[in-house]
Design a protein around this ligand. Structure first.
Ligand code: MG
Length: 315
């Protein structure tokens, strides 16, 4: 059983429970006796019962609970719509089998290396082939498999746009007050704009962004740079599990991140590590000691806590 540290409940109609079950479809696990469904997410276990009671438990269940507790449970009180409900931007399932654009990023949680963002366009005719060759969420694949699949995407000639935010520029924007969320937003936005130009004239039912923040926050970032959301833009968390375009984008972004890490490693003369672990702190300390802080700024996201931790190894 989970290490339960917090617990919330709400009461729902069966329709609402069915809707929740659909939303958590990729996370469903065998439900306990008497339960309609049980879903396991990082930090939260959600269990819905035939009584209409839905239980949110785990280390951090409040984010999931908040998504539902403010929702109108039936049409009578639909006037009090929650401000942050992303449903307006949730794509319908039909998008996943239609011509569409997908967008995803890589490197955001890695201390070393850039952020890469890719947008890819797939037609409905290409979808079965993409499925067949094994295009899937890059997080579930090895680096070798990712490289192979990206070569296959090149052969199929999937139109795409790829952007790399190198560490120097990243650190500069960060120092100017840009959040990582704003950087990601503008990278996705520009990648999509480039791709839309490339495929000008081709039809598409929508643009699907693998959701990393609430759609209204994404739009706030766009407004701060005097631009707006293109028509037919949708957001969905775990979009790569539903959309082959997003999955293809996740592979293209990841392969670019891997290649950039290889280039940086070669330049430094030793291999950089992915992630943000204690080994990463130690490697950062080694770089500061042997090459200086300027070199670190060229290969790391220096505002991460790893930099301070690295400095502790130097004293
Ligand atoms: Mg993503």
């Amino acid at each position: 059983m989970e290490d339960i540290m917090a617990s919330y409940t709400i009461s729902c109609s069966m329709d609402e429970i069915e809707k929740m079950k659909k939303t958590y479809q990729p996370h469903l696990v065998t439900p306990p006796n008497g339960a309609v469904f049980s879903a396991k997410l990082p930090g939260a276990v959600i269990t819905a019962y035939h009584s209409g009671k839905v239980l949110f438990q785990g280390k951090n269940p409040s984010a999931e609970w908040k998504k539902w507790e403010g929702q109108p449970l039936n049409s009578q009180n639909s006037s009090k719509k929650p401000e942050r409900a992303p449903h307006h931007y949730l794509p319908s399932d039909s998008l996943f089998t239609a011509d569409h654009i997908g967008s995803d990023e890589s490197g955001t949680g890695d201390y070393f290396g850039p952020i890469t963002v890719a947008s890819a366009y797939v037609t409905k005719e290409q979808i079965p082939l993409l499925k067949e060759i094994g295009i899937a969420d890059s997080k579930k694949l090895t680096d070798e498999k990712i490289k192979l699949l990206s070569q296959q995407l090149m052969q199929i000639q999937i139109p795409y746009a790829l952007l790399v935010l190198h560490n120097e520029k990243y650190n500069k924007l960060q120092a100017q007050g840009w959040s990582q969320g704003k950087m990601k937003t503008m990278l996705h936005h520009h990648a999509i704009q480039i791709l839309l130009k490339k495929i000008a004239g081709s039809s598409y039912d929508g643009i699907l962004i693998d959701q990393f923040c609430e759609p209204h926050v994404y739009q706030k970032h766009l407004r701060s740079e005097h631009t707006t959301l293109p028509a037919k833009t949708f957001f969905r968390t775990k979009a790569e599990d539903y959309s082959l375009a997003v999955a293809a984008a996740s592979i293209l972004a990841r392969v670019s991140f891997i290649n950039e890490m290889d280039k940086l490693s070669e330049k430094l003369g030793f291999p950089l590590l992915k992630g943000a672990s204690k080994q990463v702190d130690q490697l950062a300390a080694k770089i500061i000691k042997n090459k200086g802080i300027t070199t670190l700024q060229q290969c790391a996201k220096v505002h991460f806590a790893n930099t301070e931790k690295a400095k502790n190894y130097l004293t």
